[in-house]
Every structure is written in structure tokens, then in C-alpha cells.
Design a protein around this ligand. Sequence first.
Ligand code: APR
Ligand code: ZN
Length: 387
Amino acid sequence: MRIRGAVLSALGAARPYSESRPVRTRELELDEPGEHELLVRIEAAGVCHSDLSVVSGVRPRPVPMLLGHEAAGIVERIGSGVSDVAVGERVVMSFLPRCEACASCASQGRTPCEPGSVANAEGRLLEGAYRLHDGEHVVHHHLGVSGFADHAVVDRRSVVPVAHDVPAEVAALMGCAVLTGGGAVLNAGQVRSGETVIVVGLGGVGMAALLVALAHDGVRVIGVDANRDKLRLATTLGAHEVFTPEDVVTSGVKADLVVEAVGRAVAFETALNVTAPGGRTVTVGLPAPDDLASVSPLRLVAEGRTIIGSYLGGCVPARDVPIFVDLWRRGRLPVERLVSARIGLDDLNAAFDALADGAALRQVIVFDEPSGDSSGDPHLETSSKGR
Ligand code: APR
Ligand code: ZN
């Protein structure tokens, strides 16, 4: 079928992106889903720093690539080997497929699925397929999702079904911001009542970590960001205290659990500096490979501290999405508050500028509902937001 999607054709474009325009909306050919794959009509897709890191070249990936890894949509067709997801279901995309057969998949989320990581690095789906084409040329998949398009073909093991009461935007943000930030607090960080939590970096991922920490009874939560608008929002959302990175270090405030969600070594150093004796520093940001931090091993030993690196917050999406959905349903996790703008595919370059400036929280691409042609599926929900 013909689809419209946002394709990156070269890494490392000059800023501002609104002028260099590294991402362009294109018409592409999308193949039918394979045996273990699904065709999903995308309803909403969040713009995350990990998309920007591909654009900027901080995380190099094969191009051309159809970006977007935080998305949700409605299943329109299923492969012949799929029996546990039905047409018409809403699914959360997960950017790290799980083969459920490798040693890492047996680690309960501690380490990333090995075949899933290889497929992601190569820009393929989990079983090796490329389903996107521009004429004769392959267009790579982004983290098995490629959600910046009106439709996507994804592996069954790249999605988690959710009930229809979870709005598409909330479902989309569950897949990356909430799993990564929330998982850092609950899984990797193992937060306990009575503890203080500091979150360094209040973008979509860090603000989700802050919300999940606030949802935990008896936890004191402190937000740190270089952007004062983020600090104001964190206060509105319930943070007990907020600081700039400079002020938090001079204030002497320390926490039992510190989550770094910036993706820069300097922020990791801030996180280390504000971790209390006996505390845990969880890092989920993805800096450039040559961005190195300095650590005092002596302080680690003398203060009995722990550093934890965590991809996807140590989450197993099928296990953890329902936990976060339950928190959301009980009114304890207002994921909607993470949406700072609703945009269209053609606004992506400007959206990447805003994200690079630290000025955006989650900018979400919303897709208009089709005019009743493509699937014939009776369960399609009204979720289009217009623009
Ligand atoms: N100290 C504290 N905060 C900082 C600093 C710093 N030195 N530098 C930047 N920030 C803030 C920005 O102001 C912004 O609010 O960090 C935040 C980063 O947010 P986003 O760019 O929205 O990133 P997000 O999508 O949340 O991802 C965070 O997690 O998954 C990874 O690749 C992702 O490394 C990225 C990180
Ligand atoms: Zn992401």
C-alpha cells in the first residue's frame, strides 16, 4: 500500500533543521505484513530525543530511515502466524522487540534482547525484513517501529495491546517516555517509601520518571533541569523542590535514588554528585559514544553507592505497560500532561529544533482518521485530534 511518512536521508544536518530540512514527508510503498507481523494504522507518535539523536548523528543509523519509535495505533491486518492480537485492537509500539528466546530476554528486562538489538541497529524488523520501499530503494525501519507515518508494519513482538479506554496519545507515550522514565524509578531504581528521588533532565523521559515517582506513596521528589520552564511545569505537576543543575549541587541536597534522563555526560556527573551515601544513580540517557564522564571510585567505595545503567528502564513492555496503564486509570499518572504540542508530519523539522533547544516536552504527531476506506474494521475509534 502507499503511505506517507517522514524520511531522514542523511545524518548530521546543520541547524536550524527548519532550514536544512533533514526530514521530509514522502510517499512510500509499505509491504503486506509477514507471518509474524502486523499492519498498524498509526494514530499518534511522540517526538523523542532518540529520534533527534539519529538526525544529529549522535546515534548513527542506516539511512534512508523512516523515523519514529514512540507510537500507538489500531491493528488493521495480521500475519497468518499471529493469533494473540486481533484486528481493531489498539497497540502500544515498543522500540525494542523481544525475541523471548535469547539469554537477555530471560533477564527480566535487565539487558536488551540480542536479536532485537541487532535488528534495530540494522534498521530491519525482528525477523530481518524490510517492508518499506521508495521505488527500487529500501527505506530502513527505526527501532522496529517507524511511527512517523500513517501506517506501519511491525513485528508482533514490537507491540503491546491496550484497552480502548487508553487514548492514543497516552498509549504512544507509554511506549518510550513512560517505560524508560517510569522503569528507571520502579525497576532499575527500585524506589521505596520514605526515599527522596531526584530526576536530572525533565524532558518527556525525565518528566515521566518524575510523575511515576510522585505516584509512589511517601516519596519526596526533586526535579532538576537547565530550562526554567521545565522546572515550573515540574512544580505544577507536584515536584516538592526544583533546581537548576548548578543550584542543586551547591544546595547540598542529596537523594537515595537519582535518575539521569538527559543523555549528556555532564548531566550524569550532576546525577552522581547529588546521590546520597548508600544511594543509587540510574542512568537512562543516551549520550554520544565519545562523551565521557569522570567518576571518583573512592567516593563510590567510601559511600557505598551504586551506579545502574538501564535501557528502557529495565522494562519488559508486556509486563510493565499494564502496570503504568493501571496507574494512569487510577488517576495517579497523568501522562496527558507530558504532551506539549500536537503537530503534523510536516512540522517535524521545527519540532526537532524545539527539542534540541530543550524547549519541548512531548510534541505528538496526530494522524487524522481515514475516511472509512482502508480496513473495513468496525472497531475503529474516534481519536483524531485535528491539528
Ligand atoms: N542538566 C540538566 N538538564 C539538562 C541538561 C543538564 N546539563 N542539559 C539539558 N537538560 C535538559 C533539557 O532542558 C531537557 O529538558 O534535559 C532535558 C532532555 O529532554 P529531551 O530532549 O526532551 O529528551 P528525552 O526525549 O526526554 O530523552 C532523554 O533519554 O531516551 C533517552 O535518547 C534519550 O538521551 C535522551 C534521554
Ligand atoms: Zn524514545
